[in-house]
Write a protein of this length. Structure first.
Length: 141
């Protein structure tokens, strides 16, 4: 878990999460996060959730859960603390976790929520699964 991405807290890389609409084409071919050309502009070219009128200000930094990464038997595990986008009004279909420390903002993983999820003047929370051998968000056996 320290090849391209170093998940070691405090000495490793910084990982961000960005929210995307159902129009985004995120998947196995997604290799990096692409920021809007104008940071003040709504990032519509990548189908990231709009920053106009939503109170979504773009990607947020993730925090690696205390005690991770770790090994359990022959499985390496990683867990992030749940991420809250506060006081937003938005609809998102998925998210991209990427390595903000890497020169090209390399993708770590794509999250597909399975359907549009909406927050209306409230918190939009991404709840990561329990960090164990069967459920951790990243498991390498």
């Amino acid at each position: 878990m320290k090849g391209v991405h170093n998940f070691t807290p405090s000495t490793g890389n910084t990982f961000n999460i960005a929210l995307f609409t159902s129009s985004a084409t995120l998947g196995a071919s997604t290799t990096a996060y692409t920021a809007p050309a104008d940071p003040a502009a709504s990032p519509t070219s990548t189908n990231e959730v709009s920053t106009t009128g939503t109170n979504y200000s773009g990607p947020q930094a993730l925090t690696t859960t205390t005690g991770f990464p770790q090994a359990s038997g022959t499985t390496a595990l990683l867990d992030f603390d749940d991420e809250v986008f506060s006081a937003v009004s938005l609809t998102a279909r998925g998210a991209l976790i990427y390595n903000d420390s890497a020169s090209s903002d390399e993708a770590v993983m794509v999250l597909d929520f399975g359907e549009d999820k909406t927050a209306t003047t409230g918190d939009f929370t991404i709840q990561f699964p329990t960090g164990d051998v069967s459920n951790a968000i990243i498991r390498i056996a």
